[in-house]
Every structure is written in structure tokens, then in C-alpha cells.
Design a protein around this ligand. Structure first.
Ligand code: NDP
Length: 259
């Protein structure tokens, strides 16, 4: 899978899955625009991408801010002249029960980050993707198809909405030669839960526990999710659009028996 001369935007590229996706695209010869808010973490990823010789554009941006989203598209076009692939990966998880006092605040922040930003970026990237007959890959979750655990209604709703947006966008873009798909991971060992506010040792024991949620008795590394993202973004997947690819070590298979 060579992506030589392709231009790829990856949001949430400062850690976890987004970092792995950015590095793998760079390994395959792509020019990458890496988007995140944390400059320090992003710098480490940039260094790994540059080892492979591809050009890297660093975009310190918050995908929930309209002006930042515009900047992501404008600066990518200014630097590279086109967009071939958009990977919408940035995402957050926040905890609140439906009846909690802060439920609407949690809902707004999760929906704005996980769904609205994707709609906005796809909207602004659309004409550029049509020109290159490019494609979009969204990083969704198995939470799109399962209510997961109590107090995560906002996250599950955002990812279900993301999958429906993916199908609707795939339908609209098909006549223009642009594909849209998603990957739906189960547990992946990243900073995701630490970013929710738990400390490292609690996070480690959480990830260890999640192995028991899967039929394969293991959880994924970010690189495994990145491999699937690259496959979907490649010409090998030219017949695939409007599809969500579960990659969860059998988590959904086992789920009913965990209840
Ligand atoms: P991480 O917390 O490691 O990465 C999240 C990334 O999103 C970071 O780079 C963060 O960068 C970025 N981000 C968050 N908010 C914003 C924002 N407002 N603007 C720009 N960037 C933002 O988690 P993961 O790698 O695990 O998560 C990546 C995606 O994978 C998410 O969409 C998540 O829902 C999904 N996923 C993860 C699973 C898991 O088990 N880990 C399972 C299923 C899906 P910064 O803070 O620098 O802005």
C-alpha cells in the first residue's frame, strides 16, 4: 500500500490511534497534516513521521472551533495543494448519567468533538476530496452499536451519530467518486481513559480488565487500528463505501454474556 504523493489529514494525531495512523501513512510515503491541541505531544509524532522522509504539516488546532477547522483545510491546501484522505479520529469520552446535573454540558462537549467537528471538516474538505476522488475514514467505536456501560450515553450517542453521518455522506459522495467509511474499535490501549482524568495505574488496570471482555482474550494496540484505516484509505478498498468495520477482538460477540 503505497501512499506516495498522497496528502492525508489526521485529526487527534498527538497520541494513541491518531499518532499511529499518522506515522503509518508517513511510512507509506504520504505527506501528512497532523492535527491536535497538545504541541508537545504532537512534536514527538512529527519526529517519527519525518524519519520516513514524508513532508509533515503541524496544525495546532481545536476541532471544536470553527476558525480552527477552517485553518486546518486552508493550511493543508496552502502547503500541499490538495487533500486525498481525511481521517477523522479526534475524540473524547466523558462520564455522566442521563439525569445528572451536568448531563447537557457533557453531551454538548462530546457531540461537538466527536460528531460536529467531523461534519464540519468533511463539509470544508468536500470539494478538495471530489477533485482528487479521495476518501474519508472516521474512527468510530463499538459504542456506536452497543450501549457500553452506564453513564456513557453521550459517547455512545456521538458514535452512533458518527456512523449514520458516515453512511449518509457515503451516499451523497458516491456519485462524485469519493468513498466514506469507518473503523469501529473495541478496547485499544491508549491515553483515552487517562484523558478522562484517571491516573496511570488505574488506567493500566482498566485496560488489563478489558481483555476479559473479548473472546480473543486480548485488546488492540493503536497500530492494529491504523492498519485497518490505511487499508480502507487505499485503492485496495476501492469497492468499499458506507461501511463500518468492527475491530474489537470479539468484544461484541462476548458482550451479551458479560451483562
Ligand atoms: P487518545 O486520548 O490517545 O487520543 C485522542 C486524540 O484526540 C488526541 O490526539 C487529542 O489531542 C485529540 N483531541 C481530543 N479533542 C480534541 C480537540 N478538541 N481538537 C483536536 N484534537 C482533539 O485516545 P485514542 O487514540 O484512544 O482515541 C482516538 C479515537 O479512537 C477517538 O475518536 C475514540 O473515540 C476512538 N476509540 C478509542 C478506543 C479506545 O479503546 N482507546 C475504542 C474505540 C474508539 P490533543 O489533546 O492534543 O488535542
Amino acid at each position: 500500500m503505497s501512499f506516495a504523493d498522497k496528502v492525508v489529514i489526521v485529526t487527534g494525531a498527538s497520541s494513541g490511534i491518531g499518532a499511529a495512523v499518522g506515522i503509518k501513512f508517513a511510512e507509506e510515503g504520504a505527506n501528512v497534516a497532523l492535527v491536535a491541541r497538545n504541541q508537545v505531544k504532537l512534536k514527538e509524532v512529527v519526529a517519527k513521521c519525518e524519519e520516513h522522509g514524508g513532508k509533515v504539516l503541524v496544525l495546532i488546532a481545536d476541532v471544536t472551533k470553527n476558525e480552527d477547522v477552517k485553518k486546518i483545510i486552508e493550511q493543508t491546501i496552502k502547503q500541499f495543494g490538495k487533500i486525498d484522505i481525511l481521517v477523522n479520529n479526534a475524540g473524547i469520552i466523558r462520564k455522566a448519567a442521563v439525569w445528572d446535573e451536568n448531563a447537557i454540558d457533557v453531551f454538548d462537549s462530546v457531540m461537538t468533538t466527536n460528531l460536529r467537528s467531523v461534519v464540519h471538516l468533511t463539509n470544508l474538505a468536500a470539494q478538495h476530496l471530489i477533485q482528487t476522488k479521495g476518501n474519508v475514514v472516521n474512527v468510530s467505536s463499538i459504542a456506536a452499536v452497543d450501549a457500553m456501560s452506564p453513564e456513557y450515553f453521550a459517547y455512545c450517542t456521538s458514535k452512533a451519530g458518527l456512523d449514520q453521518f458516515m453512511r449518509s455522506a457515503a451516499l451523497e459522495f458516491s456519485a462524485k467518486g469519493v468513498r466514506v467509511n469507518s473503523v469501529n474499535p473495541g478496547p485499544v490501549r491508549t491515553d483515552f481513559v487517562q484523558n478522562l482524568g484517571v491516573n496511570k495505574s488505574e488506567a493500566d488496570s482498566f485496560w488489563d480488565k478489558t481483555k476479559n471482555w473479548t473472546t480473543l482474550g486480548r485488546i488492540s494496540d493503536p497500530e492494529e487500528i491504523a492498519d485497518l484505516v490505511l487499508f480502507l484509505a487505499s485503492d485496495k478498498a476501492r469497492s468499499v463505501t458506507g461501511s463500518s468495520y468492527v475491530i474489537d477482538n470479539g468484544c461484541l460477540l462476548k458482550r451479551p454474556y458479560n451483562m
